[in-house]
Design a protein around this ligand. Structure first.
Ligand SMILES: NC(=O)C1=CN([C@@H]2O[C@H](COP(=O)(O)OP(=O)(O)OC[C@H]3O[C@@H](n4cnc5c(N)ncnc54)[C@H](OP(=O)(O)O)[C@@H]3O)[C@@H](O)[C@H]2O)C=CC1
Length: 281
């Protein structure tokens, strides 16, 4: 009898999913298989999760599992798909943790259900939004399986494939963007503060941010309403907001363009790699 779930690639995403699956008892350890390129990561896993099945390679995992999570880098995905293709049939369900490889290209290796998704490392603390797209061959059981596997530690949002590129900036990439923006905020404040350390500034920001997010979500306040409430004309916040209003649109637009165009570039490289692999076969 096949195991419930297999994870190929135990990096940031694969290990987070494994941790959450066991923490929430979504899958019992006995029903989980894992495989990874380097063996070192697997050795420590067997100590932490004594009852999971550690596979010696991706092929063994594919033979043992019906539902397979592929959590490798986008440009490593073509080789993994090529490697496992002979061992998957149309019953197998592939869940790919990147939307940067197009479903159309993944379908060149697999004619069954496929879900591409963009997880977020925010889910390490049970939150954040996972974006996903199901291909037309994914049946209702598979869609439910996916949803049930992730919903306890993240909000799952199904989108059209073409919308994931822009939306992932608000979810998967967000922790990185947020950290950079906050870092610059602290650096600017640091120059102007006398007796407050960077750590203290960072702490004040994070606590304020957590509170501001709760305030907006729980009181259903829009960004505009919040600005109006906090930044009264003639006041101190108002002056700062005016500067942000002037400079930020260009900064955000440029950052989004850069991220989105790299996404498209990676999709194109992966597509070319896949066509090359298929033609060599
Ligand atoms: N990190 C994030 O916040 C997010 C990541 N993603 C996507 O999820 C995917 C994984 O990201 P992340 O976990 O950060 O990446 P990591 O580099 O941390 O992990 C990738 C893992 O895949 C393994 N791997 C690579 N090639 C193979 C192979 N041929 N066979 C088996 N295992 C292999 C690597 O093994 P080894 O130990 O040898 O390096 C590594 O453990 C990527 O596609 C990424 O774009 C999506 C949304 C958010």
């Amino acid at each position: 009898m096949k195991k419930e779930i297999g994870i190929i690639g135990i990096g940031n995403v694969g290990s987070m999913l494994l941790r959450k699956f066991t923490e929430f008892n979504i899958f019992r350890e006995e029903n989980i298989c894992v495989a990874n390129r380097s063996e070192e990561k697997l050795e420590s896993l067997s100590i932490k999760y004594p009852d999971i099945t550690i596979c010696k390679n991706n092929i063994e995992l594919t033979q043992k599992c019906k539902n397979i999570l592929l959590c490798v880098e986008p440009l490593n995905l073509p080789d993994v798909l090529m490697e496992i293709q002979p061992y998957t049939d149309s019953e197998a369900y592939l869940m790919v943790s990147t939307s940067m490889v197009a479903v159309e290209d993944i379908q060149k290796f697999h004619d069954g259900g496929i879900t591409i998704f963009m997880p977020t490392l925010i889910s390490m603390v049970n939150g954040g939004v996972t974006l996903a797209y199901h291909n037309s061959r994914a049946d209702n059981n598979q869609k439910t399986f996916f949803h049930n596997s992730l919903k306890q530690f993240s909000e799952v949002k199904i989108l059209e494939e073409s919308d994931i590129n822009i939306c992932q900036n608000m979810t998967a990439s967000f922790p990185g963007f947020f950290a950079e923006i906050m870092l610059e905020f602290v650096k600017s404040a640091s120059v102007k503060s006398r007796n407050v350390s960077d750590e203290e500034l960072e702490h004040m920001l994070l606590v304020s941010l957590l509170g501001a997010s709760r305030l907006l979500l729980e009181k259903n306040m829009s960004f505009e309403e919040t600005i109006n409430r906090v930044s009264t004309k003639g006041g101190i916040t108002y002056e700062g907001v005016k500067v942000f209003e002037k400079s930020l649109p260009d900064v955000f637009s440029e950052a989004l363009c850069a991220s989105m165009s790299r996404y498209k570039e990676i999709t194109k490289i992966a597509s070319t790699d896949i066509d090359k692999l298929k033609s060599q076969k």
